[in-house]
Design a protein around this ligand. Structure first.
Ligand SMILES: [Zn+2]
Length: 127
């Protein structure tokens, strides 16, 4: 993609719990670990687990086959509301000039779990 291409921000935030709508991991739930708005992809814990064959670049580094999460398109993910515990769409409400994310079904605020440390800045998500 070119640098000037418009980036459409997706409905997810890092730390959201999400529900997978299709694919081999359909029905699974996980936490968003990293996001790429440019690619509209996300890395979700326990979803799209792939085996990576890694050969160490150092002499005494680790090499072998490791299981890691790979990126999934954000359109296949639905935010799970923590109040009503179901997959929902997100509504934005202005409150004192601040944007709040609100569940469409129960009007409860969707809070973000800030405990998850953001992954380092990455060039795309194909780590
Ligand atoms: Zn809700």
């Amino acid at each position: 993609m070119k640098k000037n291409d418009c980036v459409r921000k997706c409905h997810l935030r890092v730390g959201d719990s999400v529900l997978v709508l299709c694919g081999k991991d359909k029905g699974k739930r996980g936490k968003v670990l990293a996001l790429s708005h440019r690619e509209s992809k996300a890395i979700v814990s326990g979803v799209m687990v792939v085996s990576k064959h890694v050969k160490s670049k150092k002499v005494d580094g680790e090499s072998g086959i490791f299981k890691t999460e790979s990126a999934i398109y954000s359109c296949k993910l639905k935010v799970v509301c923590n109040n009503c515990d179901c997959g929902t769409r997100v509504k934005y409400v202005l409150n004192d000039g601040k944007k709040k994310r609100v569940c469409k079904k129960c009007d409860g605020e969707i809070s973000v779990n800030r405990d998850i440390k953001k992954k380092k800045k990455h060039r795309g998500l194909n780590v």
